[in-house]
Design a binder for this molecule. Sequence first.
Ligand code: B1M
Length: 212
Amino acid sequence: MSKIDEVAALVEKGKAKLVGAAVQAALDEGADPVTILNEGMIKTMGIVGDKFKNGEIFVPEMLVAARAMKKGVEVLKPHLASGSTGALGKVIIATVAGDLHDIGKNLVAMMIESAGFEVIDLGVDVSAAKVLEAYKENPDTKIIALSALLTTTMPALKDTVAAINESEFRDKVKVMVGGAPITQEFADEIGADGYSDDAASAASLAKKLVAA
Ligand code: B1M
């Protein structure tokens, strides 16, 4: 079994205490950090999700897999992201109301920070009101980035973007959205300024939005 396969197996089984060492071993063997992330972790979460959908596993198993992935990402982080300067300005990021998924949002935050932004992470299950409040506390924010992982929280994403679109500061801030069920079409429909489908392209999009 390759070291990356070992990482994948440990994430899938939710072995949080062992994943960090396996990621380190893969790195020591010269494995590419992005490949470890994509093949050892993100792909595995897809498998975990499929097993959940098929009734082979349940929420607790998804939860421990998520915890294990987070441990692995901690070890990977210095290899994926360079230190931030914050020079490109502030980004407020959140997972929308009713949604507890934060791994994708955290990866996006990490890549955006590494691209040179200062990230204000509001966490998960964040209401539109909290997003507006955070902007008012940080009126120099350049981008509001919103994540949604459930088809059932797509309406919350829509409502949050609508609240920003109706705010008095709309012309001062860009809004970007993403998450597994979100598409460019949906982003356009709800009036966001940008959509990206993964963390690396989210960082490029953020840079493009502030340059625009
Ligand atoms: Co949940 N869950 N979950 N879950 N969970 C999914 C999303 C699901 C697809 C699994 C499945 O059925 N196949 C399914 C959603 C189905 C749907 O909506 N159509 C689902 C469900 C149903 C649920 C519950 C409803 C289950 C239940 O209780 N019956 C429940 C809902 C809870 C809630 O939120 N209110 C639930 C709960 C959970 C846990 C809490 C147990 C756990 C989350 C723990 C955590 O995040 N801390 C969990 C997990 C782990 C998953 C899966 C297995 C993995 C998610 C993940 O972290 N993926 C997931 C299956 C799957 O994804 N295939 C699933 C890895 C991550 C890197 O990918 O988040 O997609 P992702 O992020 C990507 C891109 O989407 C993008 O970039 C990221 C990096 O490349 N991206 C952005 C994300 N945000 C972005 C923002 C951007 C740009 C790009 O700009 C702002």
